[in-house]
Ligand binder design. Sequence first.
Ligand code: NDP
Ligand code: GDR
Length: 343
Amino acid sequence: MSKRALITGVTGQDGAYLSELLLTKGYEVHGIKRRSSSFNTGRVDHIYQDPHVSNNNFHLHYGDMTDATNLIRLIQEIQPDEIYNLAAQSHVQVSFETPEYTANSDGMGALRLLEAMRILNLEETRFYQASTSELYGKVQEIPQNETTPFYPRSPYAAAKLYAYWITINYREAYGLHASNGILFNHESPIRGETFVTRKITMAVAAIKKGNQDCLYLGNLEAKRDWGHAKDYVEGMWRILQQDSADDYVLATGEAHSVREFVELAFSEVGYKIEWQGEGIEELGIEANSGRVMVKIDSRYFRPTEVELLLGDPSKAQRVLGWQHTTSFADLVSEMVRADLLSS
Ligand code: NDP
Ligand code: GDR
């Protein structure tokens, strides 16, 4: 009998890569998607099969993290062996605009799934919570590991803090196999277009092709530990294959600034960026042509910023045998090349 997985957030970056991974492992994959007035399944269309064909292992169901009765019904019908809770309003800056919705979907959403498992007596089902390095927020310790104190700096991170602890509470109170993956930033050619990496690589491709003049960004000094999403979904799966539930950091152990990402992305298409001016007046100028290619726009600064995230993945390496395989330079290169092809 093949294992059955339920993925919330199946239409997102990680949901798509995780679906592919689990299908190659022979799982029956069920994903929850939201009703939308426009198509939101672009990342999984290539694995979607006509529900009328036999051997269909990939199934989509309508649902929403804010709708408890829907979640209980789906879990009862599907009876999953593994639940991966990836659904979230996942944009940090947007969470300052929609704090209550973010709390509801990202915080309460996790509770709804755990409570559904308890109500339905799913004692054998394993639960993965998509926790985040944003929990560390204001720097307390470098690098950050499973024992580093949290200091959330956004409504998103505060909501994810609740989800993190309620996952641990259900593990301790009811013996559920419920684990947190504390994942540092992971990107890919299918990364959401408003996250800084994809915003940069799309702009670089568009500027190279003459379709855009300039890239507007916020804080260039922020540093992140950026890995490839494909590596990270492998880590999620490994976390749920352990006999005991636990919490793990997945990271590369290397941090780079937004500025470095910009320079590397432009260099991929043959542009050398030099910086002039300071603060909000700073400009990124192409060395050979003198053309202004990067400007600062204050609207992309956050009310409270997370300046530096750098993860220590040694527990995941030791216990899960997990390691990232894509370097920072290869990640930037892959994303730029993909955007050159698609734009
Ligand atoms: P995305 O933003 O790409 O995907 C989020 C998914 O959640 C989408 O499928 C989205 O649906 C769905 N979703 C949002 N709100 C709801 C809701 N109310 N009900 C049902 N579904 C909803 O995120 P990623 O794939 O990058 O990240 C996956 C998870 O991991 C998220 O929880 C994120 O917070 C967390 N995370 C991500 C990291 C990263 O670097 N990528 C790092 C650490 C944690 P739709 O397509 O309709 O919008
Ligand atoms: P982050 O990702 O907040 O780390 O959350 P994002 O790419 O949005 O920002 C990274 C850093 O870049 C700075 N920045 C900009 N960010 C955006 N989006 N747009 C800009 O124009 C811009 N200019 C500078 C930001 O200030 C920030 O410091 C991601 C999400 O995937 C979360 O869901 C996940 O939990 C964390 O990563 C780990």
